[in-house]
Design a protein around this ligand. Structure first.
Ligand code: NDP
Length: 332
């Protein structure tokens, strides 16, 4: 029997990432090739015409899985009945703006969208925040949508995770699908810590640790990390536009693995509500290694953390605590 359609909200849908994301959702890259979807696209009034253009293209593409499109500037209409919410819309950093001003704009956007989701989304709606500062926007959303379980509110660090897989695969000249279990710890910002201490590569003679195969700690602790931190900027320099394709693809990966599960023996990185694991302060949205089963994520426990990693985990937690204080100060 055919499945009932699921409703997927994309905010900021007329923007760069939104434009790359909606056709992926309509093709089944997010929820599977047998799952019909109804797309809810939200944008602000100045983008209404562009949003309507995106809707026209979705009709023209005749996606068999796409059972309906809602394109709106009304946040309540956008959030009504949604099963999955991908929050891409946000106030961009503009030259000369203070950090606090950008935070304040995003706090007010996420506060109002949280209230609409709280009242109108389907029970058990799963939320993924992409717009920056993603971890802290997710925290604000959690605060103002108290009836959505806190385990349902997450942010995107999967792009950083996928970038780390890509860098290891290029360095070792192996297929990216044979590399697994890298970790992105912390904030989706330049303080994030890409960790390969537990990562491995599938070879004809079994799984081998990435650290052993790379055999160059200087590269792993230096250029590997800075390349990932600066990858977004490098893509903007090359393309003159942001890394929308890979951001959209990673958003699909994030939701797909959350809903359909991670393969046995593999984990992924997700920004999730910290329960104090690995001595990360509880109450932050922090990126951890997670496995997913039955539509729930669990933080991978018991990984050893060396001294170098400990400092990196703490530094990115510190930045998130400061962002949290700044965001809460904008609420007063
Ligand atoms: P993009 O679609 O390129 O980016 C959207 C958001 O995703 C930004 O916050 C961006 O952060 C973030 N992001 C996270 N990861 C990445 C990545 N790897 N690459 C690029 N961006 C990433 O922005 P556009 O300006 O094209 O689109 C934004 C849309 O949001 C517009 O359609 C606009 O109308 C809408 N909007 C909605 C608002 C609302 O809901 N009230 C308010 C303002 C805008 P960063 O800024 O750090 O690049």
């Amino acid at each position: 029997m055919a499945k009932e359609p699921l409703r997927v909200l994309v905010t900021g849908a007329a923007g760069q990432i939104g434009y790359a994301l909606v056709p992926m959702v309509a093709r089944g890259a997010m929820l599977g090739p047998d799952q019909p979807v109804i797309l809810h696209m939200l944008d602000i009034a100045p983008a209404a015409e562009a949003l309507n253009g995106v809707k026209m293209e979705l009709v023209d593409a005749a996606f068999p899985l796409l059972k309906g499109v809602v394109a709106t500037t009304d946040v309540v209409e956008a959030c009504t009945g949604v099963n999955v919410a991908v929050m891409v819309g946000g106030f961009p950093r503009k030259e000369g703006m203070e950090r606090k001003d950008v935070m304040s704009k995003n706090v007010s956007i996420y506060k109002s969208q949280a209230s609409a989701l709280e009242k109108h989304a389907a029970p058990n709606c799963k939320v993924l925040v992409v717009a920056n500062p993603a971890n802290t926007n997710a925290l604000i959303l959690k605060e103002f949508a108290p009836s959505i379980p806190q385990k349902n509110i997450t942010c995107l660090t999967r792009l950083d995770h996928n970038r780390a897989l890509g860098q290891v695969s290029e360095r070792l000249k192996v297929q990216v699908a044979d590399v697994k279990n890298v970790i992105i710890w912390g904030n989706h910002s330049s303080t994030q810590y890409p960790d390969v201490n537990h990562a491995s590569v599938k070879t004809s003679s079994g799984a081998k640790p990435v650290r052993e195969l790379v055999a160059n700690d200087e590269w792993l602790k230096g250029e590997f990390i800075t390349t990932l931190q600066q990858r977004g900027a490098a893509i903007i320099k090359a393309r003159k536009f942001s890394s929308a394709l890979s951001a959209a693809s990673s958003a699909c990966d994030h939701i797909r693995d959350w809903v359909l599960g991670t393969p046995e023996g593999s984990w992924v990185s997700m920004g999730v509500y910290s329960d104090g694991s690995y001595h990360v302060p509880a109450g932050l949205i922090y990126s951890f290694p997670v496995t997913c089963k039955n539509e729930e994520w669990s933080i991978v426990q018991g990984l050893s953390i060396d001294e170098f990693s400990r400092k990196k985990l703490d530094a990115t937690a510190q930045e998130l605590s400061e962002e949290k204080s700044l965001a809460y100060s904008c609420l007063q």
